[in-house]
Structure formats: structure tokens, C-alpha cells
Design a protein around this ligand. Sequence first.
Ligand code: MG
Ligand code: FE
Length: 169
Amino acid sequence: MTTPRDHLVDWLRDAYAMEKQAETMLKAQSGRLENYPELRARIDQHLEETLGQQELVGACLERYDASPSAMKDMSARMSAFMQGMGGMAVSDEVVKGGMAGYVFENVEIAAYTALIAAAHAAGDEQTRKVCEQILPQEVAMAKWLLEHLPDTVTKFVARSAADRDDAKR
Ligand code: MG
Ligand code: FE
């Protein structure tokens, strides 16, 4: 028998690995962005939120004496996806990065939405509250990225057309 709690712990581990991946991706994007200050500032804000999320999810795992595994399959797959989409060193990386970020945030939205139901099914109201606290941060980031994508694209294509070397990132 696999109990609701077993599934919950398993998915909390996935979420922890996902947040580690988020940290890596956000740090890489922030470190590379030079000419899109507004985007970089929002990424830095979400990086801080992400570190807090890691602590919150980690504390939920600790209550089950479950160690977070940073190398879950999902993280590896996500990592491969982000490398394909994330566009390090491609000429349009600010645009590809914005799109990839939006996709990643939506994966997080799905993960925490699932976790809220799983925590409730397992009778773990504390974990449910934690996930309900994290979810709006992912929703806000996804919304921001989507709303600002047209502006990023507009700036990028104008700079690119003028052969400006500040277009790419
Ligand atoms: Mg997150
Ligand atoms: Fe996020």
C-alpha cells in the first residue's frame, strides 16, 4: 500500500529539487543580464523568494525525517529542458530566457497546486498552508514574466535591428 503521506513526501522531494533548479536558473539569468535592469530586478526578487521556498519545503520534509534529494529525475529533465530553452549564449537569449522562465513558473504552479491537494489528503494542514503561501509567489512571477515579455521583445528587436551589442542580454 502506498499511503497519501508517502505520495506527499515524494512530491515534496520533487518540489525541493525543483526549487534548487529554480535557484540555479535564476542565478544564471541574473548573472548574465546586463541591459534589461527591470527584468533582472524581478529575477533577483524571485531568487530571494525561491530561497525562502526552499527553506519552507525543506522544513516540511524534515518533519517527516525525509532528506531532500537534489537529484531527482524531474530535476534532471527540467535541467535539460531549460538548457534547450534557456538559451545561454544564443543571440536572442533575453527572449528565450523570458519564455523559459514563464514555462518554469507554470510548472511550479502545477506542482504546488498538486501539493496542496496531496497535503490535504494526507491530513497535513501545515504543509498545505506552506504550499498555499508559496503558490501566489509563483503565480505573481509567471504573470509578471508574461506581461513583460512583449516589452522585452520590443526592446530586443529594436536593439538588434540597430546592431546594438546590448540587445542579446
Ligand atoms: Mg519556486
Ligand atoms: Fe518560482
